[in-house]
Design a protein around this ligand. Structure first.
Ligand code: NAD
Ligand code: UDP
Length: 322
């Protein structure tokens, strides 16, 4: 059995992708619980600003590392988030995205196996592809175009889930899989191309709001603090590997989202319609019965409240950069 090198009293938690949007909130929540947090990130889409306030914390350690390369560290728990999440970013270098999902997950499972750590994979609702059932429950096996531009991410996450289950069956690794639905909140990269950040940034600057397609496609948006609570609850579970959906079932069309953002920001932006990207899912809404039953979890932040603090975050960002 390995001997811990860092601190024998605190739980050591590795967070890959810890400088990203969700990872930065997770690092903060784990530090609040008194854990020693090792944040690993290659800064492809992560930003130092997201974790700047944590850098001097005595229990926080930042390591610049790409998870596609082998990595050796001792940990009790691993939250594996490293992977670009916005379509323009994961499609920028699709081969790298597939490698991050496959080789990156394989390397982190190696750490889990060697150090006997629990490992949680941040999977995605994208494993359901453009779903034929609504809402999506965990037993649904999905409708993914393995040849399309989203496949590097969708199939990448699907193979990452497969690796998790194979490590569990073959090596008895203690694995957990969460399937995250669209999440928003402070620390999103203002330029990463996701719909919430795009619309708020456009509205705050009175620029045209770019709806792809006719805006009838739907998403269900969860606030980041709800997700982080769900992820930690999942790590704390015994005898439940998942996969489990973590999302907010409050479903909105993209057009409704644009209208709400315009109203909330009192913007003079006009809506314009652009071409719908290939394989863009038509509807998405989580069935969260399993999370309710197994984790006693459900989201608590209403869209109205979450979107207001997200608008405040981007508004501060614009003030600082202008
Ligand atoms: P993000 O892009 O803000 O964060 C991803 C982080 O991973 C970044 O800090 C990035 O620099 C880092 N990273 C990327 N490739 C890496 C590599 N090869 N090695 C080391 N670090 C690497 O995205 P996010 O929204 O915070 O998403 C975090 C995780 O949650 C991702 O795995 C994503 O697939 C998953 N997820 C997010 C959402 C969402 O709505 N935000 C939905 C479903 C799943
Ligand atoms: N979208 C849009 N305008 C934008 C960015 C995205 O209309 O400026 C649409 C996109 O086509 C999709 C939805 O908003 O239908 C959510 O897109 P996002 O990239 O946030 O996430 P995902 O498609 O992965 O759920």
């Amino acid at each position: 059995m390995y001997k811990k090198t860092i601190d024998n009293f605190k739980k050591t938690v590795l967070v890959t992708g810890g400088a990203g949007f969700i990872g930065s909130h997770l690092c903060e929540a784990l530090l609040k619980k008194g854990y020693y947090v090792i944040c690993v990130d290659n800064f492809f889409t992560g930003r130092k600003e997201n974790i700047q306030h944590l850098l001097n914390h005595e229990n926080f350690e930042l390591i610049r590392h790409d998870v596609t390369q082998p990595f050796f560290v001792e940990a009790d728990e691993i939250y594996h988030l490293a992977c670009p999440a916005s379509p323009p970013h994961y499609q920028y270098n699709p081969i790298k995205t597939a490698k991050t999902n496959f080789i990156g997950t394989y390397n982190m499972l190696g750490v889990a196996k060697r150090t006997n750590a629990k490992i949680l994979l941040a999977s995605t609702s994208e494993v359901y592809g453009d779903p034929e059932i609504h809402p999506q429950h965990e037993e649904y096996r999905g409708h993914v175009n393995m040849l399309g531009p989203r496949a590097c991410y969708d199939e990448g996450k699907r193979v990452a889930e497969t690796l998790m289950m194979d490590y569990h069956r073959q090596h008895d690794t203690d694995v957990r899989i969460v399937r995250i639905f669209n999440t928003y909140g402070p620390n999103m990269d203002p330029n990463d191309g996701r719909v919430v950040s795009n619309f708020i940034m456009q509205a705050l600057q009175n620029k045209n709001i770019t709806i792809f397609g006719d805006g009838s496609q739907t998403r269900s948006f969860q606030y980041v603090s709800d997700l982080v609570k769900g992820m930690i609850l999942m790590m704390e579970q015994n005898n439940f590997k998942g996969p489990v959906n973590l999302g907010n079932p409050h479903e909105l069309s993209i057009k409704e989202l644009a209208e709400q953002v315009i109203k909330k920001t009192k913007s003079s932006s006009k809506i314009i319609f652009e071409e719908l990207p290939a394989d863009d899912p038509e509807r998405r809404k989580p069935d969260i019965s399993l999370a309710k039953k197994k984790l006693n979890w459900e989201p608590s932040i209403a869209f109205n409240k979450g979107i207001t603090s997200t608008i405040d975050y981007f508004s501060d960002f614009l003030k600082k950069t202008n």
